[in-house]
Design a binder for this molecule. Sequence first.
Ligand SMILES: CC(=O)CC(=O)SCCNC(=O)CCNC(=O)[C@H](O)C(C)(C)COP(=O)(O)OP(=O)(O)OC[C@H]1O[C@@H](n2cnc3c(N)ncnc32)[C@H](O)[C@@H]1OP(=O)(O)O
Length: 451
Amino acid sequence: MKVGIDSIAFDIPKIYLPIITLAEKRNIEADKLIKGLGLHKMSFLDVHQDVVTLASNAALKLIQQENLNPNEISRIYIGTESGVDSSKPVGSYVLSNLEQIFGARSFKNCDVVDLTFACIGAVDALQNCLDYIRLNPTKKTIVIASDNAKYDLNSSGEYTQGAGSIAMLITANPRILSFSKEVGVATEGVFDFFKPRRNFSKEEIFQTENNPEWNGILENEINIYKEQPVFDGQYSNQCYISRITEAYEHYKEESHQKGKLYEKWSAILMHLPYCFQGRRTFIEIFANENPELVEGQIGENSKEKLKALAKSPEYLNLVNQYILPTEIASGQIGNIYTGSIFLGLLSTLCHHFKNETNLTNTTFGFIAYGSGSKSKVFEAIVEENWKTSIEKVALFETLEQATAIDFSTYEKLHKKELKQSVIAPKNEFHLDKIEKENPVLIGARYYKFVR
Ligand SMILES: CC(=O)CC(=O)SCCNC(=O)CCNC(=O)[C@H](O)C(C)(C)COP(=O)(O)OP(=O)(O)OC[C@H]1O[C@@H](n2cnc3c(N)ncnc32)[C@H](O)[C@@H]1OP(=O)(O)O
């Protein structure tokens, strides 16, 4: 039986900061960000948005797009690393938001949960749901990846920021993709990127205005952890490369395949913490698979030879055909953590739909990564009816409609100093209120759908 993704919907903020504006203000060479890392725009959450509104909007679009009845949906599994509560999952908020539209208790038998493992949490949620559908082929589940990739101002992560949510309907006999049962896995417990929870005294929390280290901790929100990660950028890249190369080899063992796996892939879908991470790191797998090409390069040492190989026609041809389509949306949005690999999938499918490419029965290769650290490698076959499902998704059109903000607005949003939304919410869920007074509800978040 085939099991996989039947339909996809997404939600992204309506505003963005042009990367060129950030480059100017931070005194970074624009070409480094644009030509070196592939960045163009950075999606940023408006005042009324958070990971719950993104996830709820994406889920609602998916349900409406497929005309689903709430009682058909057995599970809503969420991958996120920027949840708004340490106990109540984003899934619980999403469920009650959806009930505003579909009626009280309309999702009362739906199983919801959040899964967290940095950027790979939604892949874990997907695999969990695929196994569930393999056991219960008449059921339908929704997997949502929802995150706000927010970094400290002036940090090396600042230009990779972004936010967004991808919702996917998982069924038997899916229209878009069916997944391999085998998965290659590689894990190692490391501190490459993490968000430590610390208890703060009330005094510490309320000193945020004067203490730039704690930007993101709200006076009025009783947040006791920092939204932004602690990370070591170059070390996180090394961990990424080690895990993906290990998981790629493990997938070969698990799936009993030999030789150059990637040669049968019509798309190479990787976790993209920024646009060019895939092309900059897949070279390692390409080099392992083609030692003779590495040897043939000019260079004093293996690092130089690898750099030369990355500029070779063989590798550039692979990048242009199989990686570039996955990058288009990432360059316009930025990192969306758990959703990045699925945004790459959507970008690829929408790109090929627009170009009328025949993808049916071709194999997509997935290379997922989550800091901390874990990589998973697996494959999927493009199903015959992928176009009938993808034609409903207006990804590139939506990106074109986004509105640029200026630098001062961006900084105010980052520091949570704005009180009014830049663009008033319309046809979407918005954060209406955070309880500040009632001691048994303090910090409770309330959302409303605005027509
Ligand atoms: C966070 C997650 O989501 C999980 C993960 O994946 S962890 C792995 C990724 N880590 C992160 O994303 C953490 C946050 N990000 C960062 O810390 C940093 O953005 C980063 C580590 C990813 C990149 O670091 P950086 O110092 O800004 O860039 P650097 O690694 O030097 O690369 C700059 C590129 O631009 C190129 N470049 C520089 N100036 C240029 C110019 N004028 N014109 C063209 N290219 C230029 C450089 O040559 C280099 O490219 P190549 O290596 O391919 O030649």
